[in-house]
Each structure stands twice: as structure tokens, then as C-alpha cells.
Ligand binder design. Structure first.
Ligand code: CP
Ligand code: NVA
Length: 306
């Protein structure tokens, strides 16, 4: 039995070298998306979803298929980790059937517990804390647009959520400076800043309340929804608190003149981004979504290689 397996539970599971290698592979895969890979031939991957998804689910299903395997999508309420059955039994049983487990859920701990007991790679497809697959695709998108990552400034505007937290680690791993404009009490958890500083003491990490300060001279403006999945009851309150944290023409003027705008999607136009700015940058935003597919195939290959 394989004793050493690699997983992607947190963006911080990657070293700088791991990430660079995955980004190189993403580029190669994108240039020949349907080239034969046998890595999953006759094998299966389990995809567990406790929250809705368009991009993550479809891109994983398509990606697994393109790698020669088949995917089994399981709704969390069919297996109910921790109530119908404990996480250890689920991890150990699934490991007998599938080559990898992809999971989108609420608690990060549920993913790390699954990883603890599983003998196959576990991939975080979004938790309340992190969204590492998204960030790999985002970094690839930035790299294919600017030809580099190191030295660029990314400004994240809005909620210091799962996407923001993985993005901070991603910036540290790729020598990018990052500035986050978040309302008071909606900043990322300080542990992520601490970790990013430890990974890369040379980059500049800034958390500010004023989105204009964050956006100043940024090469990339990035935003995400104000209300994440699971926070729907807070929608009204958040809509007020975040009303000033919008990527619009005014903010775009403050960024670098060649800046791009990214959005992980789904987007709520008129809230975190104006319809006008979205349309202006729709090519790169849809390409960012496309890159989920290429990036996740690269992640699967690297993790399965062990
Ligand atoms: N960006 C993203 O993860 O989209 P889905 O929630 O649709 O998977
Ligand atoms: N922060 C968002 C990301 C969606 C891809 C959420 O968790 O709902």
C-alpha cells in the first residue's frame, strides 16, 4: 500500500516548486487539451458536493473524463459525512474504489479529516476557508495574460472569504504583492496573512479598509460575491456593508492602465462588479473559468503521480 500520498487540502500544501510545476503542466495541457493521458484509465474519481456548483463540478467531471477515467458525483446528503457514517469509514471505503476524492463542503476540518484517513489524494473543491483549485486557475490566467507572476500587484476587493484566503497563499507562493480592500470585521483570518508572510517574507501584503487604496496601481483587480454559499441569511446586512466594495469604472481608473479584472464566478452584476466592467473584461473572466479545467487536470496528474 502506498504510504505517501499528496493531497490538496489547503493552498499551503503546495511548495513554490509544486505550484510552478503545476502551472507549467497547466500550460502544456491547455495547448493540447485532448492529448491522450492514461493516468485515470479504468479508474474513477469521487466528487462529493455539499454546496452547489457549476464550474467546479463540470470541470472536474470533464477533466477526469479527458484523463481517461470516470467520475462519480455524490451529493453530501446521500452520504452525510459525520452523521450517517463517520469520516474515517467513508475515507477508508472510498479509497478502496476510487483514485482520488474531490470534496466541496463547509468545514475545512471535514476535508482534512477525510485526508487523514484516506489512502488516495483528497482535493479541496471549496470549503468555508479555502478554494485552492480556483486559485491555481487564477494564477495560470494571470501568467498567460502578463507572461509572469513575480512582481505583479493583485488587489482583492470585498469579502475576506475562502477565495481571498487561498489567494493570499497563492500570491506568496508566486512572489506577487497582494492588497486586500475589505470592510472592518470582514478581513481574512490573520492566520493566512501570517502563513503567507512565513512562506514569502519578501512580498508586500496589505489589508486596508479603503478599496481605492487597495486598487492603487494594481495589475489585477479581483472580486468575489459579497455573500458566500451558506451565508444567505446575511444577504441584506452584507449588501449594505459591502456597497462600497465594488469593481467599477472609478476603481479601474486607480489601477494600472493595463490592469485586468478577474472574478471567480458566479457574479452578481451591480453588486461586487458593475455589468459594464464585467463586459469589458468578460474575455479574461470566461478564460479564467475555462482554466479551471486545465488547472484541475494538472492538479490531478501531479497528485496521482505522488
Ligand atoms: N468558481 C466556482 O468555484 O464556481 P462554482 O461554485 O460554480 O463551482
Ligand atoms: N466565496 C464564494 C465562492 C464561490 C465560488 C462562495 O463560497 O460561495
Amino acid at each position: 500500500m502506498k504510504t505517501h500520498k499528496k493531497s490538496l487540502v489547503s493552498m499551503a500544501d503546495f511548495s513554490k516548486e509544486d505550484l510552478a510545476s503545476i502551472l507549467d503542466l497547466t500550460k502544456r495541457i491547455k495547448s493540447k487539451p485532448l492529448s491522450k493521458s492514461n493516468i485515470l484509465k479504468n479508474e474513477s474519481v469521487a466528487l462529493i458536493f455539499a454546496k452547489p456548483s457549476l464550474r467546479t463540478r463540470v470541470s472536474f467531471e470533464v477533466g477526469v473524463n479527458q484523463l481517461g477515467g470516470s467520475s462519480i458525483t455524490i451529493r453530501m446528503d446521500e452520504i452525510s459525512i459525520g452523521s450517517r457514517e463517520n469520516v474515517e469509514d467513508i475515507a477508508k471505503v472510498l479509497s478502496k474504489y476510487v483514485k482520488a476524492i474531490v470534496i466541496r463542503t463547509y468545514e475545512q476540518k471535514q476535508i482534512s479529516d477525510l485526508d487523514k484517513y484516506s489512502t488516495v489524494p483528497v482535493i479541496n473543491a471549496l470549503s468555508n476557508e479555502e478554494h485552492p483549485c480556483q486559485i491555481v486557475a487564477d494564477l495560470h490566467t494571470i501568467k498567460e495574460t502578463f507572461g509572469k507572476l513575480a512582481g505583479l500587484k493583485i488587489a482583492y476587493i470585498g469579502d475576506g472569504n475562502n477565495v481571498a484566503q487561498s489567494l493570499i497563499i497563492g500570491a506568496a507562493l508566486s512572489d506577487m504583492n497582494i492588497s486586500l480592500g475589505c470592510p472592518e470585521k470582514y478581513s481574512p483570518v490573520p492566520a493566512f496573512i501570517k502563513l503567507a508572510k512565513k512562506i514569502n517574507p519578501k512580498i508586500k501584503i496589505e489589508i486596508v479598509k479603503d478599496p481605492k487604496v487597495a486598487a492603487k496601481n494594481a495589475d489585477v483587480l479581483y472580486t468575489d460575491v459579497w455573500t458566500s454559499m451558506g451565508q444567505e441569511k446575511e444577504f441584506k446586512k452584507r449588501k449594505k456593508i459591502f456597497s462600497n466594495y465594488q469593481i467599477n469604472d472609478g476603481l479601474l481608473k486607480i489601477a494600472h492602465k493595463n490592469a485586468i479584472v478577474l472574478h471567480c464566478l458566479p457574479a452578481h452584476k451591480g453588486q461586487e462588479i458593475t455589468a459594464k466592467v464585467f463586459d469589458q473584461f468578460s474575455e479574461v473572466i470566461y478564460r479564467q473559468a475555462e482554466n479551471r479545467l486545465h488547472a484541475q487536470k494538472a492538479i490531478l496528474i501531479r497528485l496521482l503521480e505522488g
